[in-house]
Ligand binder design. Structure first.
Ligand code: AMP
Length: 635
């Protein structure tokens, strides 16, 4: 493999698409072989491995029972509750069947949705794999989201069952989940028939008679359960995962089964270079796409052990991750730049305290990797640091350095080159024309068909899939990532930020509209604008500027601070603390164009101390001036 030049490898993946992916498809087991590699007769809807039947859980768990039954599969470490549990493939297989039997007992059938709202505990992994096993479609909602976010997802996914837990824990503090879930179900139009509760004994909760089932009791009944894998079509949806966009309503990214399994298995070999029997450690959360692809499915498909970590990177001290690398001989690690920036503020001695000789590379993704952070971690670890650029929609990297194909140098500030299978283009936003020359700024776009593993559609909304992703570039049916980028003369891309109203706070993707809608629900808020502002630690933070219905409420600094706190609490309760703006400032007027369009980019520029650019269309320049003065003034 090492003798292949990456450029040739990439070219072949596009020019001999079917041949290329047929080879990769051999990395997984098929119950029934596929008759067609890719059906793209109805663009932009791509159907991969048509006619084939397989099962994600079989490939992630059962097929390893022959070769590695007693090898570690899932290593759960919680520094929150001070527990460590290791499941071998044999034990994981048993646990997944117990969970699958419990879901079946609650009436879950193939194609039904199961919403998973859980902290980072093994049962969350069992639930995801159990759904895959029986052909149910899981929809994991990040545990940091609160009742309104959760309710909108319940209404869209219409789950038969919700799997949840009494509580999570963060920094040693118990975070109850059940009251938020109860409130979400109360708010939602759709009512799930059952809630399957994992009781960790962290937080007492009210049981809803006839609806809430106790997992410990059900598990006991199904200790010896044998639940065979349900073979599903390659195109059968494996899961939906909600993500933010320009509108307030989150989109359910729908993923298939066969294409996803093949794409992940191939990426484990060609991108991550993770080998069977080794240990993979991704520090993400199962509520995000990285958690789906690289805590659960990817490592298990590859026959690796995967670490699921509940806790902070700095507790009990900033050496905890490296201690785990030493203890479990981690070879591949995956994290986010924000986490590295957090560690950078700690004593560097923690990085040399443990034996990290097993580690081959650290992959970082989710947000731009700035040069000082990349340099610091590269020098401190003495290991390759590999940036990955991708999205919830794609499920696996679009841009990176594919070390499993050809060891290539990386460039600071660049996630690398277009990954095999992706026909990445830079397009002019206005004309749709391709920008072929080096260092031209354009929208990062992908020519269809999207490779295997990428989203099939928006859950129950094909129209939205087409209108959102494939219609933003004039006169072209091409997938937009909604990111600006440039490509240098060597084919390395540089990502320059979003073209839409999505912001990225500590690697968490948030829609500014969702936050605006939540703030606007406060009775004293008439109008609000939320923008993402550059932040040293988190990459970006949300800043809100609100016009009040009754400004007489904020005539003193104390009253202003009180109202700001009240509004933040509204966001915490509705969306979750992840979406809480760093500041809420009060203004008399928001900067708008004469036609009434909010000038978010101008607000953002002013907040970042940049020139707001062309303001000829602004209705009242004093609105922007007020914001400028507010952000310049000391707190
Ligand atoms: P998510 O869907 O939460 O993974 O967020 C995807 C978005 O995060 C992308 O569209 C980019 O704006 C940003 N992003 C992800 N990875 C990177 C990266 N390596 N470099 C720069 N931006 C990134």
């Amino acid at each position: 493999m090492a003798s292949i030049r990456y450029a040739d490898f990439h070219r072949r993946s596009l020019e001999d698409r079917d041949g290329f992916w047929r080879e990769q498809a051999a990395l997984i087991d098929w119950h029934q072989p596929f008759s067609q590699v890719c059906d793209y007769a109805n663009p932009p809807f791509a159907r991969w491995f048509v006619g084939g039947q397989t099962n994600l859980c079989h490939n992630a768990v059962d097929r390893h029972l022959a070769d590695r039954p007693d090898q570690n599969a899932l290593i759960w470490v919680s520094t929150e509750v001070d527990k460590e549990t290791v499941y071998t493939y044999r034990q994981l297989h048993a646990e997944v069947q117990r969970m699958a039997a419990s879901l079946l007992a609650l009436g879950v059938r193939k194609g039904d949705r199961v919403l998973v709202y859980m902290p980072m505990i093994p049962e969350a992994a069992f639930a995801m794999l159990a759904c895959a096993r029986i052909g149910a479609i899981h929809s994991v909602v990040f545990g940091g989201f609160a009742s309104v976010s959760l309710a909108s997802r319940i209404d869209d996914a219409e789950p038969t069952v919700v799997v949840s837990a009494d509580a999570g824990s963060r920094g040693g503090k118990v975070v109850p989940y059940k009251p938020l879930l109860d409130e979400a179900i109360r708010l939602a139009r759709h009512k799930p028939s059952n809630v399957l509760m994992v009781d960790r004994g962290l937080s007492a909760y009210d049981r809803v008679e006839g609806r809430d089932a106790d997992y410990a009791a059900l598990r006991e009944q199904y200790l010896d359960a044998v639940v065979p894998c349900t073979w599903v079509d390659a195109t059968h949806p494996s899961y939906t995962l909600y993500t933010s966009g320009t509108t307030g309503k989150p989109k359910g990214v729908q993923r298939d089964t066969g294409g996803y399994a093949v794409a992940l298995a191939a990426s484990m070999k060609l991108i991550y270079d993770g080998r069977p029997g080794e240990t993979y450690f991704s520090t993400s959360d199962i509520g995000w796409v990285v958690g789906h692809s690289y805590i659960i499915y990817g490592p298990l498909l590859a026959g690796m052990a995967t670490i699921m970590y509940e806790g902070l990177p700095v507790r009990p001290d900033a050496g905890i991750w490296w201690k785990l690398v030493e203890q479990y001989k981690v070879t591949v690690m995956f994290s986010a730049p924000t986490a590295v920036r957090v560690l950078k503020k700690q004593d560097p001695a923690y990085l040399s305290k443990y034996d990290l000789s097993s580690l081959r590379a650290l992959f970082l993704a989710g947000e731009p990797l700035d040069e000082p952070t990349a340099k610091w971690i590269a020098e401190s670890l003495g290991k390759p640091i590999i940036d990955n650029y991708w999205q919830t929609e794609t499920g696996w990297p679009i841009l990176t350095i594919c070390n499993g194909v050809e060891k290539a140098p990386s460039k600071f500030g660049s996630p690398g080159k277009a990954v095999y299978g992706y026909d990445v283009k830079l397009l002019d936003e206005q004309t749709g024309e391709e920008l072929k020359g080096p260092n031209q700024k354009g929208v990062v776009a992908i020519e269809g068909p999207l490779p295997p593993g990428c989203m099939q559609t928006v859950w129950r909304d094909d129209k939205r899939f087409v209108n959102t992703y494939w219609s933003s570039i004039p006169s072209k049916l091409v997938y937009s990532t909604f990111d600006w980028g440039i490509r240098d003369e060597d084919g390395y891309f540089f990502i320059l930020g979003r073209t839409d109203d999505v912001i990225n706070v500590a690697g968490h993707r948030l829609g500014t509209r969702e936050i605006e809608e939540s703030i606007a629900s406060h009775p004293n808020v008439a109008e609000v604008a939320v923008v993402g502002v550059a932040d040293q630690l988190k990459g970006q933070v949300a800043m809100a500027f609100a016009v009040l219905k009754d400004p007489s409420k904020v005539t003193t600094p104390e009253a202003t601070l009180k109202l700001e706190g009240e509004i933040m609490k509204v966001v915490d309760e509705q969306l979750g603390a992840v979406a809480r703006p760093a500041r809420v400032r009060f203004v008399n007027l928001l900067p708008k164009t004469r036609s009434g369009k909010l000038l978010r980019r101008a607000i953002q520029a002013v907040c970042e101390g940049r020139d707001p650019g062309d303001l000829t269309t602004i209705e009242d320049p004093s609105a922007l001036q007020t914001i400028k003065e507010l952000v310049a003034a000391p707190r």
